[in-house]
Design a binder for this molecule. Structure first.
Ligand code: ZN
Length: 297
């Protein structure tokens, strides 16, 4: 059909150009995505500009990172452990949308928790930290085993500058003939120590954690392939994490023949973060039997 045969085409094109003044008319005019993308970018930028405070700005940036939404792609199945219990699901959605999670209360550590419930994510007594950390390391170890790269957690005889051991190491070479050594961490997107970075750039807290990890492992960097597997509570990954997961995912696909094998691993890591977040948020509250009905549903 010729352009002049389509009713209101000129008006529609003018309206689109008016709403996207700096964008060019899509070359592939049949492609809906090409028409939508410029408008979505403008709407996204507007959301960030209109953020009422640093935390909201950091939230929008963080949840916009592709890796932050992996858990949303997981097929919820109890049989394979990819289903979130109702409470964890509610908290994961509230954190992502920035909606209220609970009524204000005092954390078990003595600090105030507002209705957004984010304090628990960085609380010194965070209940989900160990679970999240342990699960990510176990998922990485098992994925490596799948691609015939056996690994051990907390390897003996391998210490960083302060005497502590890394989270894991492979028993055979991973890249360029060098053994992989990794250390995982999950830092809070909203923490006061990170908010000045995360309000500007998604993943800034994870990248900062990566820098600190690399500094602590400087004595191992010459002899080993080191990966700082840093993630954030809201989902973004550090550069090391992205690079490592890209390589591991490619090998998983090659080994299993399943083109989605890498995606499944990413989803499980993302789910582990959500479960850890939920445990951290819930952990900021007194025992359930002492505070019945604390949630504002
Ligand atoms: Zn606390």
């Amino acid at each position: 059909m010729l352009d002049d045969e389509i009713a209101n085409l000129r008006e529609a094109r003018e309206a689109w150009c008016e709403s996207c003044p700096s964008a060019d008319i899509p070359v592939a005019r049949h492609c809906q995505r090409d028409w939508d993308s410029p408008r979505l970018k403008i709407a996204h930028a507007s959301l960030i500009d209109q953020s009422p405070d640093d935390s909201e700005r950091a939230r929008i940036l963080a949840v916009s990172a592709p890796e932050s939404g992996h858990w949303l792609q997981a097929l919820p199945s109890r049989a394979i452990g990819t289903i979130l219990d109702p409470s964890s699901l509610r908290i994961a959605i509230c954190l992502r949308l920035g909606s209220r999670i609970c009524v204000p209360h005092t954390c078990v550590c003595g600090k105030d928790v507002d209705r957004l419930g984010r304090h628990g994510l960085s609380c010194s007594r965070s209940a989900g930290r160990m679970f999240r950390h342990g699960t990510i390391n176990d998922l990485v170890r098992r994925a490596l085993a799948t691609v015939s790269v056996p690994a051990v957690l907390e390897p003996v005889g391998m210490t960083r500058d302060d005497g502590k051991r890394p989270d894991g190491a492979t028993l055979v070479p991973w890249k360029l003939g060098r053994t992989l050594v990794w250390d995982a961490t999950c830092v809070d997107t909203f923490a006061q120590s990170h908010i000045q970075g995360t309000r500007i750039q998604a993943g800034a807290a994870a990248d900062q954690a990566q820098i600190l990890k690399r500094r602590k492992y400087s004595s191992l960097l010459n002899d080993y392939e080191f990966a700082a597997l840093a993630v954030e509570t809201l989902g973004p990954w550090s550069a090391d994490m992205k690079s490592f997961m890209g390589a591991l995912s490619a090998r998983l696909v090659d080994t299993t023949g399943d083109p989605r094998a890498g995606a499944y691993l990413c989803q499980r890591i993302s789910l582990a973060i959500q479960r850890g977040n939920a445990a951290s948020v819930m952990g900021s509250m007194p025992q359930a039997d002492l505070l019945e009905g604390v949630f504002s549903l």
